[in-house]
Ligand binder design. Structure first.
Ligand code: ASP
Length: 297
């Protein structure tokens, strides 16, 4: 784990992007948090803290389909998924189908740091949130309602139609050479109760090892079937591909299965890839020079 002159922080706000929609507000928010993240990166912040901080901010903003911005499932409940992983020790934590937890990524982090497990789901995860004192939502109708109203627009499709979706994620290489990835979502719009997508699955939406950190977004079922996040690492390790080619090939493989979405990834040399096959992907990057770039289409 040599120190890195090319430390970098990358975030995404989901690949569920509509054509010609105005994303100025989420894009401005992403630029704002990347400014902050860039300062922390320069100050020697740890990759794990950086990715969690970015995801917590996006969860709390209500501007993305994660945390506060999540939409209800077909039973009228918001069920959330999240996962986090660090590359140097391959430690991971995840939560699936949790309700009324303010920050699913913080809960995933607590699973990583305070249990011998990798994933907790449903009621057990909620009880664990109470046990470790993480904030819960006491009035979900009020907390999530504006987001539900915004997302459930006419023509929105359910679990049997094309999957409408959104997610947030972050990957980082810090100055000490550590890699980390984090992903959090409210899942696909009008999903069935209990549906769990790729986001909490280590190897599907989130992966970090000594070589690369990856966070995916898109139609989760396809990313699970492609083992997408780990497949980026595998193509780099076994086929000796550069990050760019590995990441692009994985999105092509998701597309071949019929899915759409994208991913963000950073390798141990500070190379960044952000391929997508959807109409767009909210994404942003900041390096040690402090220059922030945010793009949607
Ligand atoms: N991958 C997420 C899921 O299927 C949704 C998304 O990334 O937009 O739950």
């Amino acid at each position: 784990m040599p120190p890195s002159e090319r430390a970098v922080l990358v975030i995404h706000g989901g690949a569920g992007v509509m054509p010609d929609h105005d994303y100025a507000e989420p894009a401005a928010f992403m630029a704002e948090i990347l400014e902050r993240g860039g300062r922390a990166l320069r100050a020697g912040g740890e990759a794990l803290d950086l990715v969690v901080e970015m995801v917590v901010a996006m969860e709390a903003s209500g501007l993305f389909t994660a945390g506060k911005g999540s939409a209800a499932n077909q039973a009228g409940e918001v069920e959330l998924d999240a996962s986090v992983m660090t590359g140097h020790d391959r430690m991971a934590g995840a939560v699936a189908a949790v309700r009324n937890v303010e920050s699913p990524i913080r809960l995933a982090l607590a699973v990583r740091e305070r249990t011998p497990h990798v994933m907790l789901a449903g009621r057990g995860a909620e009880a664990f949130a109470d046990q470790v004192g993480l904030p819960r939502i006491s009035d979900p109708a009020r907390y999530y309602a504006p987001a539900v109203a915004r997302t459930a627009r006419p023509g929105a499709v359910g679990a049997t139609g094309p999957l409408t979706h959104g997610t947030v994620g972050a990957v980082a290489l810090d100055r000490a050479g550590r890699l980390a990835a984090a992903t959090s979502t409210g899942g696909t719009l009008s999903k069935l109760p209990g549906r769990v997508g790729d986001t909490p699955l280590v190897g599907a939406a989130t992966w970090a090892d000594a070589r690369v950190a990856v966070s995916c977004t898109g139609q989760g079922e396809y990313f699970v079937r492609a083992a997408a996040a780990h497949d980026v690492a595998a193509r780099m390790a076994y086929a000796q591909l550069p990050l760019d080619d590995a990441a692009r090939q994985v999105i092509d493989a998701v597309g071949t299965l019929g899915g759409n979405g994208g991913l963000i990834a950073v390798d141990c040399e500070g190379n960044v890839a952000m391929p997508f096959n959807s109409g767009g992907m909210k994404r942003g990057v900041v390096g040690l020079d402090g220059k922030v770039v945010v793009e949607v289409y």
